[in-house]
Design a protein around this ligand. Structure first.
Ligand code: NAD
Length: 423
């Protein structure tokens, strides 16, 4: 049975390590964060993901998964470290470079090295391969090098890791095959072999497609406010066309994928990517668009109380990275105009630098309930839960996720803002 060394034990690396361990492989998980390593060795996890605590506990207890701060010799190395952007939106691939350098002393002929981190086009050929070659190993013969991007949905990671189609891009056809075989042992979906750069671009284009499509919906929101049309209705009807699929608008696009990956393409082909850049700008404009609506609604109130519901970049997860909700919150805080009550049942106090309130504390006495994330808890809010507790029962639902009785509460949804009235 193969031994696999997984570098980076976050939202991707840890479930990946767990899935291979559950399938019987010997896994050593490596992370630079000692807290992650020590908690994992106790069978505990530091992230929220459905089903993961149980699987990790099992594979740690049966000795198939253990964690360490240093890599070890193995048959396969899987790198799943972060790839954020710098302030200027250029890709920060330092973690990938560091992780690659960290495994080099442990590489042996015949090893498979897979980068799962999302990376700019040509990173495998122009950055990772040369680092390994520099140390005297030939990536044509000695080491099989491949990029296998992730496309899992948080909340369904354990299922999708196994069932999704995987794209495996090798720096050589032989490397693609060797790396694809690693996944074929646990994946029930298709495993498609291709070149590294094609795999890099296909991952980036998946997220870029979605970012551009959401930008289209967000632009429609602004057009609809001007033209007095309900954008949600427009999208619903347009999507009845069998070949149309307009995405849903919202308070912006967050997370470290959709809000980041398009920049990796723009950086490498700036003149050829005006549409991708514009989509990013439109989506980046949405938090301030939401804040403008709050300002307008409350313009005649002194120190309005705003209950801010939801901080994560999407519903039913605990991830607040690049979250547009955080941006909205910071703008509201910065203006000093509001008394803010912040509630998110999925976010822990140690993730944020401000205090979080319970549902009751946040809603009682509020002038506006501002919904920024479509958690199930918010979808199921009943009109009775809020109307008698709020000072003025006004809801601004930027996710079109609530189903409140509009005869008892004033509800504005992001696609239907033309009727918005000052409280
Ligand atoms: N989270 C997702 O849903 C998702 C989906 C598709 C692709 N991705 C991509 O997968 C990659 C990993 O994302 P993530 O969400 O798992 O990140 P994460 O931040 O949750 O986890 C990364 C882990 O890597 C560790 N790390 C950093 N540098 C290291 C090093 N040199 N050696 C060992 N460990 C190191 C960190 O301490 C952290 O625990 C990124 O490129 C991301 O874009 C993520």
């Amino acid at each position: 049975m193969k031994k696999i060394c997984v570098i980076g034990l976050g939202y991707i690396g840890l479930p990946t390590a767990a899935v291979f361990a559950k399938a019987g492989y010997d896994i050593v998980g490596v992370d630079v964060n000692e807290r992650v390593v020590s908690s994992l060795n106790k069978g505990e996890i530091h992230i929220e993901e459905v089903g993961l605590p149980e699987v990790v506990k099992e594979v740690v207890e049966n000795g198939k998964l253990r964690a360490s701060v240093t890599p070890e010799e193995a048959d396969v190395f899987i790198i799943a470290v972060p790839t954020p952007i710098h302030e200027d939106t250029t890709a920060n691939i330092d973690y990938v470079v560091d992780a690659t350098k960290a495994i080099i002393p442990y590489l042996q002929k015949g090893n498979v090295v897979i980068v799962e981190s999302t990376i700019p086009p040509r990173t495998m050929d122009d950055v990772v391969a040369p680092l390994i070659e520099e140390k005297g190993l030939d990536t044509g013969y000695d080491i099989y090098l491949a990029h296998c991007p992730e496309r899992v949905l948080p909340g369904r990671i354990l299922i999708e890791l196994v069932e999704n189609t995987r794209i495996v891009g090798g720096t050589t056809p032989e490397a693609a095959k060797k790396a694809a075989d690693v996944y074929r042992a646990v994946v029930t979906g298709d495993v498609v072999e291709t070149e590294a750069v094609t795999a890099e671009m296909s991952k980036l284009m998946e997220n870029t497609f979605r970012d551009v499509n959401i930008a289209l919906a967000n632009e429609l929101v602004k057009i609809s406010q001007r033209l007095d049309v309900n954008a949600h209705k427009v999208i619903e009807l347009a999507n009845k066309h069998p070949r149309v699929n307009i995405h849903q608008p919202g308070p912006g696009v967050g997370g470290h994928c959709l809000a980041v990956d398009p920049y990796f393409i723009v950086e490498k082909a700036v003149e050829e990517s005006p549409l991708i850049s514009t989509a990013r700008k439109i989506n980046n404009s949405m938090p301030s668009f939401v804040v403008q609506q709050v300002q307008h609604l409350t313009s005649e109130l002194e120190k309005p109380v705003v209950a801010v519901f939801g901080l994560t970049y999407k519903g039913n997860i605990d991830d607040i990275r690049e979250s547009p909700a955080i941006e909205v919150l910071e703008m509201l805080q910065h203006s000093n105009r509001y008394e803010l009550r912040i509630h998110d049942p999925h976010v822990r106090a140690d993730q944020v630098s401000f205090s979080l309130q319970s549902f009751e504390e946040a809603i009682t006495g509020a002038n506006v309930l501002l919904i920024l994330t479509d958690h199930n808890e918010f979808k199921s809010i009943q009109t009775e839960d809020i109307v008698n507790k709020m000072k003025t029962p006004v809801v601004l639902d930027t996710r079109n996720c609530t189903n409140l009785d509009e005869s008892k509460a004033t509800v504005y949804k992001i696609g239907n803002l033309s009727t918005i009235k000052v409280i």
